[in-house]
Design a protein around this ligand. Structure first.
Ligand SMILES: Nc1nc2c(ncn2[C@@H]2O[C@H](COP(=O)(O)OP(=O)(O)OP(=O)(O)O)[C@@H](O)[C@H]2O)c(=O)[nH]1
Length: 236
C-alpha cells in the first residue's frame, strides 16, 4: 500500500479519538464506536451505509476503493453515541492491502449479503474466516444484514436466499439478523432498527471506545444524523 494511503488509514483510525475530545469541549460528548461493514462486491454496502447515515438511497454509486467513512450520531437511553461506519471495498483488488486496517480496534461488524444473490450469502463463511484471521474476538458484536429485499419476488425461491437459512446462519454465528432494502421507500423504521440495535449493543459493552492518537487531517466523509428508513426483521 502506498505510504500516503497507509498514513491516511492510520490517521483515520485515530480520528474518532480526536473528534471525541473536540466534542468534549462543547456541551455534547459522544462515545465513538468503529463499525466495519463487509460483504461481497455489489451487495449494497455503500447504499446501505449511506441510507443508515444520510437517510436516503444514493443516486449514483461506484465500487468502493479501500474504504469510505460515514458517521451516525444517536442517543441511546440518554447517552450520546457516534457510530463510525467503515464502508469497505468488496472487490479483492481494492481491499487486499487494507484489510488489517479494517479490523484494527473494531467494535462491531455488519456482514452484508444480497438476498437475491445466493453466492453472496455463500461467501459469508469467508468473511467470518477473514474476521477470525484478523483476530476478531467473539466479544465483538456481529450483525447480519440481508439487503435488496425490494427485489425479492414470490416464486423466485431458487435464486433467492431463504430467510430461514439466513436466520440459522445468524444463530450459529451469534449474529443479530436483519433483512432490509437500502432502496425501499420508508414504510417502517426498520433501517433505524439496525442503527438502534448496534448502538444499544455497543452501549452495553464496556470496551473502551476508539484509540486516541494524533489529530486527524485529510479528507473524511462525515454524514451526521439524518432521516432513516426501510427494513424489517430482527433476531433474537
Ligand atoms: N434494488 C436495490 N438495489 C440496491 C440496493 N442496495 C444497493 N443496490 C444497488 O446495488 C449496486 C451495488 O451497490 P453498492 O452499494 O455500490 O454495493 P457495494 O457492496 O458497496 O459494492 P463494492 O463497493 O464493490 O463493495 C448499485 O447498483 C446499487 O444501486 C437495494 O437495497 N435494492
Amino acid at each position: 500500500m502506498p505510504d500516503q494511503i497507509s498514513n491516511f488509514m492510520e490517521s483515520s483510525l485515530e480520528f474518532s479519538g480526536s473528534l471525541g475530545s473536540s466534542f468534549s469541549s462543547t456541551r455534547s460528548r459522544y462515545r465513538t464506536f468503529k463499525v466495519v461493514v463487509i460483504g461481497d462486491s455489489g451487495v449494497g454496502k455503500t447504499c446501505l451505509t449511506h441510507r443508515l447515515c444520510a437517510g436516503e438511497f444514493p443516486r449514483r454509486v461506484e465500487a468502493t476503493i479501500g474504504v469510505d467513512f460515514r458517521e451516525r450520531l444517536l442517543n441511546v437511553d440518554g447517552e450520546n453515541i457516534k457510530l463510525q461506519l467503515w464502508d469497505t471495498a468488496g472487490q479483492e483488488r481494492f481491499r487486499k492491502s487494507m484489510v488489517q486496517h479494517y479490523y484494527r480496534n473494531v467494535h462491531a461488524v455488519l456482514f452484508v449479503y444480497d438476498v437475491t444473490c445466493p453466492a453472496s450469502f455463500g461467501s459469508l463463511t469467508s468473511w467470518v474466516e477473514e474476521c477470525r484471521q484478523n483476530s476478531l474476538g467473539h466479544e465483538v458484536p456481529r450483525f447480519l444484514v440481508g439487503n435488496k429485499s425490494d427485489l425479492r419476488h414470490p416464486g423466485g425461491a431458487g435464486c433467492q436466499v431463504n430467510q430461514e437459512r439466513a436466520l440459522s446462519f445468524a444463530r450459529a454465528h451469534n449474529m443479530m439478523f436483519f433483512q432490509t432494502s437500502a432502496k425501499s421507500p420508508p414504510r417502517r423504521d426498520a433501517v433505524e432498527d439496525i442503527v438502534l440495535s448496534v448502538g444499544a449493543k455497543l452501549k452495553r459493552q464496556r470496551r473502551p471506545p476508539a484509540v486516541n492518537p494524533p489529530a486527524y487531517s485529510g479528507s473524511f466523509k462525515v454524514q451526521n444524523k439524518g432521516k432513516q428508513t426501510a427494513l424489517m426483521t430482527c433476531w433474537p
